[in-house]
Design a binder for this molecule. Sequence first.
Ligand SMILES: CC(C)(COP(=O)(O)OP(=O)(O)OC[C@H]1O[C@@H](n2cnc3c(N)ncnc32)[C@H](O)[C@@H]1OP(=O)(O)O)[C@@H](O)C(=O)NCCC(=O)NCCS
Length: 163
Amino acid sequence: MIYLRAIHPSDRKSLREELFFKLSPESLRNRFFGLKLDLTPGELSYFTDVDFLHHVALVAEVDCCAHRRLVGVGRFVRGNRKSEHAEVAITVIDDFQGMGIGSLLLQQLIDCARQLGVVQFEGSMLAQNSRMAKLLHKTRLPCRSSRESGVVSMSLDLRRQAA
Ligand SMILES: CC(C)(COP(=O)(O)OP(=O)(O)OC[C@H]1O[C@@H](n2cnc3c(N)ncnc32)[C@H](O)[C@@H]1OP(=O)(O)O)[C@@H](O)C(=O)NCCC(=O)NCCS
């Protein structure tokens, strides 16, 4: 069973220990565009203490040895609280990739975004990150992309329902 819920400031420790430290070098590169050894206290606050208007973040958990283990996180950040455009990012730990968790997080983020009046998701990914590209295409929403210096910028139109 996979559980999705809103992120909470108390997730700092699990975000760092159960998710960040469990990412392979490839996943870290895909998420942060470079190798990253740790999250700073400031980054942990930024990632977990969100206002759900300008910055919305959800976590995915699974049952593990009598507790819930954090295995994925997805977020979108708007330019400001009223912006119709938001930058989306999703991360699932390697051991749980390919099980549909990224798709679940993305769908839930799309639902939240629509309720807040967001009409476009934007995302930047390394050109070789075919998994994230597939994830966006799988929504079957209109998707535009452009490529520059090994980075693909994609935008997803949330106004339409899936084709
Ligand atoms: C991109 C990412 C979020 C996808 O999450 P996920 O939970 O693996 O996604 P899903 O299981 O919903 O799979 C989506 C599609 O990706 C592909 N995919 C996912 N994992 C894969 C794997 N291990 N091998 C091959 N293809 C894979 C599949 O084609 C799948 O489509 P399908 O259901 O038709 O088979 C995850 O790979 C990840 O966290 N990567 C590292 C961080 C990153 O790149 N984030 C994106 C930039 S912000």
